[in-house]
Design a protein around this ligand. Structure first.
Ligand SMILES: [Zn+2]
Ligand SMILES: [Zn+2]
Length: 271
């Protein structure tokens, strides 16, 4: 099956993110070259670091995407976005940031449970099941979805990405289904989007985050909206895996990709 409509990469980073060196110009050029319909710049806002460290780069990111929106207006749709990390951990910071900018698109994500370290930095996962580390993560996911002040929920299988990368396969996402399924249901009931994050296709697991099982369940629970995102931290990764994400979405019963502009969803048919 071939996807006919131009795909939108709704999750990319530039050097306004602490873990990225890329310029957004290079990402936009890459998106144009790959024939994408549009791109959202979603640099990292991490609520607990906002007042001390991230306010300036976060505002700079918004300025960067506003400038690119104008610069590329006749060649590429540019969307002003953010990746709102752990939004409830410092809610006043989150609320301030959201009030300062006019976003097209707000992607929420969790890289850690409250007060714990980012799974990216965790080396030893052996105690995570017994000490409740993953339960805490999926409790926070539910609370974030209940908070509901975002458009799409990013990479809900994030902890498992790092477990698999570190060769730790004792825990599986299925073991947390009793917590994850109510979250997916609430996301669907709130008419919010689930992100199909393709960064996992660039790791040995070759799986989207989350994988097909959860995307299909979200659809069965009444989910209408899916967004696609490469989570590119380098221009060459922009748009990577989106065609595969679109095929997965179709196979799970979605007929549209969702793109947010002025925080409103637009449904673009996949074929
Ligand atoms: Zn993320
Ligand atoms: Zn990201």
């Amino acid at each position: 099956m071939t996807i006919a409509s131009p795909l939108f990469d709704c999750h990319t980073h530039c050097s306004c993110s602490f873990d990225c060196q890329e310029t957004f110009d290079r990402s936009c050029e890459e998106a144009i070259q790959k024939g994408l319909g549009g791109i959202a710049l979603t640099d990292h806002f991490e609520s607990f670091d906002y007042f001390e460290k991230l306010k300036e780069p976060c505002l700079e990111s918004v300025k960067t995407s506003i400038a690119a929106k104008e610069k590329y207006c006749d060649r590429l749709k540019v969307l002003v976005g953010t990746e709102l990390g752990e939004p409830l951990e410092d809610l006043p910071a989150t609320e301030e940031f959201l009030s300062l900018c006019e976003f097209d698109y707000v992607l929420a994500s969790l890289h850690n449970s409250k007060g714990a370290k980012d799974f990216y930095f965790v080396e030893d996962f052996r105690t995570f099941h017994t000490d409740g580390g993953l339960r805490a993560y999926y409790e926070d996911l539910y609370e974030t979805i209940r908070w509901n002040q975002f458009d799409s929920m990013a990479h809900i299988s994030y902890p498992f990405r790092y477990m698999e990368l570190r060769g730790f396969f004792d825990l599986t996402m299925d073991m947390y289904d009793e917590m994850i399924l109510p979250s997916l249901k609430l996301l669907a009931e709130n008419c919010k989007a689930l992100e199909i994050n393709t960064s996992g296709l660039r790791t040995p697991s070759r799986k989207t985050l989350p994988d097909m099982k959860y995307i299909k369940l979200f659809r069965e629970m009444g989910g209408e909206f899916v967004t696609f995102g490469s989570d590119a931290h380098r221009a060459e990764d922009v748009g990577e895996g989106l065609a595969e994400a679109a095929e997965i979405a179709l196979a799970c019963g979605f007929r549209y990709q969702t793109v947010y502009e002025n925080r409103q969803p637009t449904l673009i048919p996949l074929k």
